[in-house]
Design a protein around this ligand. Structure first.
Ligand code: NAG
Ligand code: NAG
Ligand code: NAG
Length: 496
């Protein structure tokens, strides 16, 4: 009797959970799966910031540190991000050889998702836009694969960006598109061979009017209509600074054009950067008057550029050399904009499955006639094939670890002056973020059963094909209930 009522209580507790990871993709939406496998998931909107304290150029492969290696800083920032109302960060540069377990676990437990670029500013660690063939090789791809290894087991990773603004002039628009698809092909083959779930891969585009529509059409389609095409993007980000605080509105910002251009997207769209600084402090009117209102049917939210102030003078907060942090008025303004957003609640069931758009060079060129709309991708060099087959010798495969709520130890100063009291500057951890009934990934990094994890991966990849819907749903259902039973038995064990 006692056992039964405890179990009922736990089920009630579990179904009231509001944070569940990892996200999946269905059609043109990110989906947050429901805890209870019998219930449909919900459309997830990204309310995020770009996060690279120190700036991308601060990165050095020999420094043994990166933005996710200092747990105290991550405690500080998890609080600051939660306080802001953010649910996602995008990180541009990481060192695949350092340990990110604590920071990723802190973000995970605080309910914050991560989108991650696989590149670095160092030579040979990204595609060279002026000569992509010279960098499409195993030296570059082994860095990319090491980043995947380092992050593949964190359930709060939404996806990887294959590149950022690689296409930014006529020459790169002609030469680079095939290489971006080749890189995405290799990344997705690596993920399929070495990760337990199908982590999405997408691209972050410059908002150049000439190229943006062509780039999106080129990347979202399936070559020869093949539904298993690995080279397509799973999502598409746009870096747009079209709306400047106090100057722009829906009409003058070009958001209406954006809404028209992208309305039939087959894949999720987001602003991977936004937040023009022509007028400061920024009031971020585009949040409530644009991105999360007029664009809400077309885009899935976005990421404000950027968290900390660096040499280019964006930044919601200032972090000094001691790690003490101060909010700018921009931070307060964005926070109140986020508070005023009312997101629609959309059931997974109401999201259409992705249509397969067969790649067509004419369609792409209708946006920009000199775009390199060639769908014959560069061959995969045999060294890259070998890396995918055998895996890179990753010494650093991340996993969630046990972390507890804690003050970061840095001073946090309000924009209006005065400090946040130490005992208040602590992020709230939800127990529901610490295990995952979809993959069965738990705090200890163990899994419910590998078959459960694998069939979940099938669900998310099959969700992009209309034909296998029923099959995918039932496979996902059993994986989910296995996960819940596992979580339940874990909790029961710990109680009894
Ligand atoms: C944006 O496009 C969607 C179609 O995707 C449409 O439903 C909506 O009305 C448009 N918004 C505005 C403000 O024009
Ligand atoms: C596409 O690129 C391939 C490889 O470089 C080349 O052989 C082919 O002619 C190109 N196709 C078109 C339509 O330009
Ligand atoms: C991995 O390590 C082994 C043993 O150190 C070595 O023989 C092998 O060549 C390495 N493979 C790669 C892809 O670096």
């Amino acid at each position: 009797m006692k056992l039964l009522s405890t179990a009922k209580f736990l089920i009630a507790l579990l179904s009231s959970a509001n944070a569940l990871i990892p996200l999946e993709i269905k059609g043109n939406r990110f989906i947050k799966p429901a805890v209870d496998a019998k219930e449909a998931g919900e459309v997830f909107f990204i309310m995020g910031v770009d996060y690279q304290p120190g700036g991308s150029s601060d990165y050095s492969s020999s420094s043994n540190s990166d933005v996710l290696s200092d747990a105290d800083a991550c405690y500080r920032d998890a609080y600051v991000l939660q306080e802001l109302g953010a649910n996602t960060v995008r990180i541009y540069t990481v060192n695949p050889d350092v340990n990110h377990d604590k920071c990723m676990s802190i973000l995970n437990d605080a309910g914050i998702y991560v989108m991650l670029d696989v590149n670095s500013p160092l030579g040979g660690e990204s595609l060279n836009r002026a000569d992509p063939a010279s960098t499409y090789n195993s030296y570059y791809l082994s860095r990319v694969f090491k980043v995947i290894e380092a992050f593949k087991n964190y359930p709060n990773v939404i996806g990887f960006f294959s590149g950022n603004e690689i296409i930014n002039d006529d020459a790169s628009a002609k030469e680079d598109p095939r290489y971006i698809r080749a890189l995405q092909r290799d990344m997705k083959q690596y993920i399929a061979a070495h990760a337990d779930r199908s982590i999405p891969v997408g691209y972050s585009a410059a908002n150049e009017l000439d190229y943006r529509g062509a780039t999106w059409q080129y990347l979202q389609c399936n070559i020869d209509g093949d539904e298993d095409d690995e080279s397509k993007s799973d999502f598409f980000g746009l870096n747009t600074y079209e709306w400047c605080s106090g100057q722009s509105d829906w009409a003058s910002s070009g958001y209406g054009t954006l809404n028209n251009t992208f309305q039939d997207s087959a894949i999720p769209l987001l602003f991977s950067e936004y937040g023009c600084i022509a007028v400061t402090p920024r009031t971020f009117d585009e949040v409530t008057e644009g991105l999360y209102s007029g664009l809400i049917n077309t885009f899935s939210g976005g990421l404000v550029y950027e968290y900390s102030k660096e040499s280019n003078n964006y930044g919601l907060v200032d972090i000094d050399s001691d790690g003490d942090l101060q909010f700018y008025t921009d931070y307060d303004n964005l926070k109140s904009q986020f508070e005023d957003v009312s997101l629609p609640s959309i059931s997974e069931d109401d999201v259409a499955d992705a249509e397969i758009i067969k790649c067509n060079a004419k369609t792409v060129k209708s946006y920009f006639s000199s775009f390199g709309a060639n769908f014959t991708l560069p061959d995969q060099p045999s060294e890259i094939k070998d890396l995918i087959k055998n895996g890179v010798n990753a010494t650093n495969v991340g996993k969630l670890v046990d972390v507890s709520e804690k003050y970061g130890g840095y001073e946090i100063e309000l924009a209006s002056g005065g400090d946040v009291a130490t005992e208040s500057a602590i992020a709230t951890f939800s127990g529901y973020n610490t295990y995952n009934s979809q993959t069965g990934v738990t705090l200890s990094g163990t899994k419910a059963s590998s078959s459960a994890a694998k069939s979940t991966a099938t669900t998310s990849s099959s969700s992009s094909s209309s034909s296998s819907k029923a099959e995918g749903a039932s496979a996902g259902g059993s994986a989910k209930s296995t996960g819940i039973m596992f979580a339940l038995s874990l909790l029961l064990t710990s109680l009894l």
